[in-house]
Design a protein around this ligand. Sequence first.
Ligand code: CTP
Length: 442
Amino acid sequence: MEEKEEAAWSAGLDVLRRLTEAGHPAYLVGGCVRDRLLGRRGGDIDIATAAEPTAVMSLFADVLPTGLKHGTVTVREAGFGFEVTTFRQESGYSDARHPDAVAFVRDVREDLARRDFTVNAMAMDADGALVDPFGGQADMRDRVLRAVGHAAERFGEDALRMLRGIRFAAELGYRIDESTWDGLLARRDKLRLVAMERVGAELDKMIGGADPARALTLLSESGLADRTAEPLPPAVVAGLRAAAGEMAAAMNAQGEPIGGDLRWAALFVGCGATAADVLATLRVLRYAGRRAERIASVARLHERLSGAIPGGPFGRRKAIAEGAGAIAGEAREGWIRAVLDFGREAARDWLRLAEAAPSAIALGGPDGPYREASRWLREMPAAAASELAVRGDELVRHAGLPAGPWVARHLRLLLEEVALGRAANEKTVLLAAFASHLRKER
Ligand SMILES: Nc1ccn([C@@H]2O[C@H](COP(=O)(O)OP(=O)(O)OP(=O)(O)O)[C@@H](O)[C@H]2O)c(=O)n1
């Protein structure tokens, strides 16, 4: 991985040299310079130059006009793509997201002046020399996130920058400069102008980042959490406020770090959001399909286990942890039924959360029954109808009845018996059990 990133970096420098040799000042700019100085690798390598797009296009063989209106072309070099953008100034911003007009300028400093934060407003030439007119290096040293120039203006130009600011502060572990924070508070109502998918993408980076708990705290303190274009469910907003501390345990877990989807699940579970809140939130944030399903399944399973759904098995957890026979048996059965209802995947996800943050997630604390549950899950001979030693069409043939919804119902009955260890997962055993179920139904 590292090798590939170094190869991309040196290909980027080649592009810079080609431009410079043709008489056009050119620099690496923005996030790639910031990350390089911080010793971080990866991410896009962006180039800014005095050359106008037509001049850039004439210099490179493999080049695509990807954003001519904004002065951007994509140069492909050594198998990597680089956005090369003409130095520009922006003006207008009537939608608080995009400039109404851009104008090409001659000096990289003018280009840097339109950027959001000092650490993002540095340029580096092909020899590694920095252009740093706003004190980005000093702010890095002091670990402070500061807007370039007048903060309220920067946030008014593009309201997304408020979320970016919180993300960078959390990711880099920087404090937010006071006048930058004041500027953010002054413009926070503009957040409603930002498309929800953009809000979702920023939140996702915060949750998946280095310090999600801090990001959530800043979101609440700034009031941005209640100012999105489409409201987040009140339970979630309240949860962000209340649970950020507790969630730190789950999301910034000391043990095996958990990935983005599970962190979302941890957040929801930890703030007591219902599965319905979860789905509503993910819909508002435009997280589609499988992801939303995965996160919601964990929340549903947790809801079941915590007894929010009647019959939750982990209610008398202390007794279970102490191994009290009848209650442990009941818990095991409840857990197995929950696994059948929500799937092995959700069960594994939930167990990983429980292990990562026993006090926040696992009902019953560090000694709670999740350890037993892990064993119960491993010992289940089948967790889905497809794992049974008998298929639906065999039941149809055996019964001599036309296929119908009864097939799925009977497969489920057989699955429960197998999963609970009351019947062996063998065809003859299952067909006999099926015959007996049929007789009872008549
Ligand atoms: N709303 C924005 C977005 C970007 N930029 C500028 O454009 C650069 C590149 O933006 P982008 O690639 O979106 O972000 P990065 O800063 O590279 O960081 P990340 O990739 O983590 O989002 C930023 O560094 C910043 O100089 C900005 O001023 N305002």
